[in-house]
Design a binder for this molecule. Sequence first.
Ligand SMILES: O=P(O)(O)OC[C@H]1O[C@H](OP(=O)(O)OP(=O)(O)O)[C@H](O)[C@@H]1O
Ligand SMILES: Nc1ncnc2[nH]cnc12
Length: 178
Amino acid sequence: MTSGAEALARLVVDVPDYPEPGVVFKDVTPLLADPAGLRAVVAALADAGRRDGEVVVDAVVGMEARGFLFGTPVALELGVGFVPVRKAGKLPRETHSRSYALEYGEATLQIHRDALAPGARVLLVDDVLATGGTVEATRELVTACGAEAVGVAVLMELSFLHGRARLGDLPLTALLTL
Ligand SMILES: O=P(O)(O)OC[C@H]1O[C@H](OP(=O)(O)OP(=O)(O)O)[C@H](O)[C@@H]1O
Ligand SMILES: Nc1ncnc2[nH]cnc12
């Protein structure tokens, strides 16, 4: 059987100097194309939304774009809904916004103001934790909705970028730490 860590080691490709010199980009498209590998990492990420076998989150939030690809199947696996956090200008109704910096640039993220029920317990899902700017901004957006981020689950943590330090008390599940 394929484990999540084995799938990541085999199916994530390092691309040096993309999208700019000095960055080693983690390309997850071969993982997405491999049904057994994809199933293994989705199952492992979903475990972050359970305690003692019980689902303890009310929603999964995924960040554009790769957080959508992993967050949606994780939500299905947990039996909860999926809420997208999008780059600025993509959501059609009233939003909350947060700007942030990441390993190779800056961006603004948005969430629909009514996307989460007040008090909802939310699992954040993404592919990579790098500087932590994306997760920090997303957590603030969840809080602005009156909900609470109770955990973050990622495929890979790039520990040399110290994203964990920006998470405060938010529990992190990383299937692979590099
Ligand atoms: O921890 P950070 O430094 O914030 O970096 C991590 C984020 O960077 C990547 O997304 P990107 O913004 O490149 O968007 P994409 O998924 O649309 O390519 C990645 O998918 C994470 O969301
Ligand atoms: N090195 C990297 N590879 C893929 N996604 C990223 N997001 C931020 N840094 C990244």
